[in-house]
Design a protein around this ligand. Structure first.
Ligand SMILES: Nc1ncnc2c1ncn2[C@@H]1O[C@H](COP(=O)(O)OP(=O)(O)OP(=O)(O)O)[C@@H](O)[C@H]1O
Length: 371
């Protein structure tokens, strides 16, 4: 067995935001938004981890925390065994610098247009990473490398695209430039945050296939964020990675893509599967949950955070927080995985005895539950 530490290791990660009252919110109080709580994860070399869940469940916050763009308020994030915030704060004697870590962990966003400088040509935009990591290359060598990559991502003729400004590119082409820019840093991990969501459906599969091919060529791992379970399945299953289902800041379940779709263990994974028509598994009738409204992350429900919506919830679920159970290759935070747990003798939870935890009724269309 290899003794190498994982590429990324998150232990008990917590990210809480202090949400100060707005200028017009006289007398309002600072609230603590519990965006991420108690998350444990690892990412290996050439791995894929997809994060799925409803809007606001903490996917972006967790993704950014995993790649060192967001400081956790608790727990640790390690890159190749080094605590990245200790390195950042100069408290580590590791022979790796913060700059090395930042270079190794890249991001591409949903809206690539916003991250590409509108006043610079593509050649200039793509020269930037090479100036940072391959400063020894001559100008013509850099240009050759950029042209080769543009061709590789399907932007032919490269010399023509290289001279364009971002506004002269389609959404799909901009996303290819953003991907190329990340790859030129020679990263170990790319966080693709809803990177295909804004593309036409026909282009999404093409972009995911391209990312798979480049993953092999560049030896890169992906953290892939999507609110769409069928896209997450496609991207993850092809790469033999894992899907992590987030609910109100916590990981409800994580496991290999096909196991998660074929045999979801957590009642919330089952809801996501039900809400994803593309999976062709949707049964008719009501969603398999008590209510649609997402509780407020400022005041999440006690015990299991999903208990207020869970059709399987019993009284113990509002009193105790489930630990992680291993079910085959899946890790599941639900008492139902323990056949000896007091859950099985606990009275069923009726809607009448649910504590009021406050709700965030702003359930976006993209949650999939509104249709
Ligand atoms: N800088 C911040 N300050 C205060 N609250 C924040 C901040 N960033 C995120 N949040 C809150 O943290 C929670 C998680 O947000 P996050 O963007 O990580 O969720 P998400 O699952 O990525 O959502 P979406 O799918 O809509 O992008 C939300 O309640 C959000 O409002």
């Amino acid at each position: 067995m290899s003794s190498e530490p994982p590429l990324l290791e998150l232990e008990n990660v917590e990210v809480h935001f202090e949400d100060k009252p707005g200028l017009l919110d006289f007398g309002g109080e600072t609230k603590t938004v519990r965006a991420v709580d108690g998350v444990n994860l690892t990412l290996e070399e050439r791995d894929v981890l997809s994060l799925v869940g409803e809007s606001g469940c903490g996917k972006t916050t967790l993704g950014k925390t995993a790649i060192g763009l967001q400081r956790p308020t608790g727990g640790s994030v390690k890159f190749r065994g080094h605590d990245i915030w200790e390195v950042r704060d100069g408290k580590s004697d590791a022979d790796i610098t913060w700059k090395d870590i930042r270079t190794s962990l890249q991001i591409i966003h949903q809206d690539p247009g916003a991250s590409l400088n509108p006043n610079r040509r593509i050649l200039s935009i793509l020269s930037e990473p090479l100036n940072q990591v391959n400063a020894e290359l001559s100008r013509s060598e850099k240009r050759e490398r950029i042209y080769a990559l543009l061709e590789r991502v399907g932007m032919n003729p490269a010399a023509d695209f290289a001279e364009r400004y971002p506004h002269q590119l389609s959404g799909g082409e901009k996303q290819r430039v953003a991907l190329s820019r990340a790859l030129l840093m020679n990263p170990d991990v790319i966080l693709a945050d809803e990177a295909i969501s804004a593309l036409d459906v026909s282009l999404r599969v093409e972009m995911m296939d391209l990312m798979h091919e480049l993953q092999n060529e560049f030896n890169t791992s992906f953290v892939f964020i999507s609110h769409d379970l069928s896209n997450a399945r496609y991207f993850t299953a092809h790469a033999g990675g894992k899907i992590g289902v987030m609910y109100l800041g916590e990981l409800a379940e994580i496991g290999p893509a096909e196991d998660m779709i074929g045999d979801p263990r957590h009642p919330y994974t089952n809801v996501l599967r039900w809400a994803t028509p593309d999976l062709s598994l949707r049964e008719t009738g009501d969603p398999p949950m008590r209510k649609i409204d997402i509780p407020d992350p400022v005041n999440p429900p006690s015990g299991c955070r999903f208990h207020t919506r869970c059709p399987e919830a019993r009284e113990v679920c509002q009193e105790e927080t489930p630990p992680d159970y291993q079910a085959g290759e899946q890790r599941v935070a639900c008492f139902r995985e323990d056949e000896d747990h007091s859950y099985w003798n606990s009275p069923e939870l009726s809607d009448g005895n649910l504590a009021d935890t406050g709700t965030n009724t702003d359930v976006g269309e993209e949650s999939g539950f509104s249709d």
